[in-house]
Design a protein around this ligand. Structure first.
Ligand code: HEM
Length: 461
């Protein structure tokens, strides 16, 4: 009741506030009354508070909250992305990623440059068949398990890890005795249980053990890769390039970055897609029909366009940007539009607020599956699920190929439905690494389609 009253009051205040012309050189921030209303309406849900503030302060194009500046205006966001430096370093204090190039402007240029070619679209496309085999392996598990309810979160996490192992590290985590299980358990403890859900703290034994686990495995993989004679075995190129660019310790740390960033993100996206397709079964059928029509072409050329599947994926990453913000910092005082930023200001380009803002997008909070079909991709709106500029997501081509292929292969073979155990789609946010995850494992009822799977036989390893 109180919550509803607070929400209503917030709507009225927002409406009145928008009638007042903004003072362009001021950075607005919510006063104590507004903060109380936000807490009554959303309790501790910071993402919802920020989403509402994005509407509230739309005409300013930015606002201050918890000591950070959140940017919504596309022109200011572009300036921030291109003028400011990557700025996550000081958030990563306890994270296993603290020494990676994720949060550092200094370490990035050489390391990123050294490995960039391995992440180009052409290099990733060359490895599409390996990726398809890993996806098919997950599908076979669905097929061989007792029919019924499947934990899609758990299986996509395994699949995404297999893909990072095979495509990036040229290594089979399955082949390394129990390494896959240990990695999954360690990553889940760190990203989900600690950073997204707050179930364990970063000084708990579980967290520290998980850190050691990931460190040991990356160390072992790196040592093994360095022992391979270059002349006889081609492979382990990413691992070796990282080592050549930044030495053993940093290479090992950056491998953790690829393991975690490469696994968590796609593994969080697929359950969200499936949750929407279960909610909108006719859309699921339309996508399945596209998969059926194009599967043979896809097997011959994995880059074959899948217009409807791609539109749905783009829409999912608009409505639920898995990386909900991008952080930047300025090392010198700098101007953004009419605003002067002091040295070391934490600037957040707030993708979640930009992608879901009713001032930018029609039906901004609705899932419009074919919004991106046959139109200029974004209708002129800012659309940055993978970031932008020199620090744009290095894994974007890998992620996009993986998502397209996984959705096509899954829908070709299975029908997904709501089960009594299927949770509502709600998110936990890992503010440290800027990732949102469904707060519960997404479980669905699945049943095989009548499609002939002979065409997929070549993918079985
Ligand atoms: C749905 C999937 C994914 C999304 C939405 C996503 C999104 C993002 C975003 C928004 C950034 C920050 C860009 C910026 O600061 O401007 C980022 C950075 C990064 N991503 Fe991704 N990502 C995804 C998948 C992947 C995958 C599969 C990998 C690795 C294989 C990966 C590796 C990285 C790395 C290493 C960075 C840091 C880049 C740097 O700081 O220079 N990401 N990603």
């Amino acid at each position: 009741m109180l919550q509803l009253a607070a929400l209503t009051l917030l709507c009225i205040v927002k409406w009145i506030y928008q009638l007042i012309p903004p003072e362009k050189s001021r950075i607005p921030s919510p006063g104590s009354c507004l903060l109380i209303l936000l807490t009554l309406a959303f309790e501790h849900d910071k993402l919802q508070k920020l989403e509402l503030l994005s509407e509230f302060y739309f005409y300013y194009g930015l606002f201050k909250f918890d000591g950070k500046i959140y940017i919504l205006n596309p022109r200011l966001a572009q300036q921030a992305i291109y003028k400011l430096e990557k700025g996550a370093k000081h958030y990563l204090e306890n994270s296993p990623l603290k020494n990676t190039f994720l949060g550092s402007s200094q370490k990035s240029p050489e390391t990123r440059r050294a490995i960039a070619s391995l992440f180009r679209k052409t290099s990733i496309d060359e490895r599409a068949t390996i990726m398809m085999s890993d996806i098919q392996k997950m599908c076979e598990q669905f097929r061989s398990g007792p029919s019924g309810v499947v934990n899609v979160t758990e299986w996509t996490l395994r699949m995404a890890l297999d893909i990072v192992g095979h495509v990036l590290f040229e290594l089979d985590f399955h082949g390394l005795e129990l390494k896959q299980e240990k990695l999954i358990s360690a990553m889940t403890t760190i990203s989900h249980r600690c950073y997204a859900l707050g179930e364990v703290t970063s000084d708990s034994k579980e967290f520290l053990d998980a850190n050691v686990q990931i460190d040991d495995i990356t160390c072992m993989v790196l040592e093994e890769a360095l022992n391979i004679d270059d002349g006889t075995i081609k492979g382990k190129r990413l691992v070796k390039s990282l080592h050549d660019a930044c030495g053993f310790t940093e290479a090992k740390d950056n491998m953790k970055l690829f393991l975690m960033a490469g696994t968590e993100t796609t593994a969080a996206t697929i359950p969200v897609v499936m949750s929407l397709l279960v909610k909108y079964p006719t859309v699921q059928d339309e996508l399945r029909q596209e998969a059926e029509e194009l599967l043979e072409s896809l097997m011959a050329d994995p880059t074959t366009p899948l217009p409807k599947i791609e539109s749905v994926l783009s829409e999912v990453l608009r409505l639920y940007p898995i990386a909900p913000f991008i952080s930047r910092q300025n090392y010198e005082p700098v101007n953004l539009g009419d605003i002067k930023l002091d040295q070391h200001t934490d600037v957040i380009i707030f993708t979640w607020g930009i992608h879901r803002n009713p001032h930018f997008w029609e039906k901004s909070r609705e899932f419009v599956p074919f919004r991106f079909l046959n139109t200029s991709k974004t209708s002129g709106n800012m659309y940055i699920p993978f970031g932008a500029g020199s620090r744009v997501c290095i894994g974007q081509h890998l992620a996009w190929l993986e998502l397209r292929l996984a959705i096509a292969l899954l829908l070709f073979q299975f029908k997904f439905e709501h089960a009594p155990e299927t949770p509502e789609l709600r998110f936990g946010v890992d503010w440290t690494h800027a990732v949102v995850h469904p707060d519960k494992d997404m479980v669905f009822r699945i049943s095989p389609t009548q499609n002939d799977t002979c065409v997929l036989k070549s993918l079985n390893r």
